[in-house]
Design a protein. Structure first.
Length: 94
């Protein structure tokens, strides 16, 4: 099964403040996208955290970039959403 994520806008939401834990300022750039779950009739709204200095993704269809997956400090498989342009058709699972 392939994963399809659609970006409909290049707008980003900026969330910033001061961490209660470290007392250091933070700034998060968040972009909205839509996950096309083959088991659902409609796409599901989702948020993508952009890396510092990363421009927003252009409008279009994407899939997960293999760079999204990494092994965290505890040795567990983790996910940090990175998108790659979608190539070819995504068909509904039957």
């Amino acid at each position: 099964m392939s994963i399809k994520i659609e970006v409909q806008s290049t707008a980003i939401d900026i969330v910033q403040g001061v961490s209660q834990k470290t007392n250091k300022p933070y700034k998060l750039n968040i972009q909205t996208a839509y996950f096309h779950d083959p088991e659902e009739a409609y796409p599901v709204k989702m948020k993508i955290l952009l890396d510092e200095g990363q421009p927003p993704y252009n409008k279009g269809e994407y899939t997960l970039d293999p760079k999204s997956f990494y092994v965290d400090r505890n040795g567990s498989l983790a996910l940090s959403i990175k998108l790659a342009p979608l190539v070819g058709d995504i068909k509904k699972a039957s």
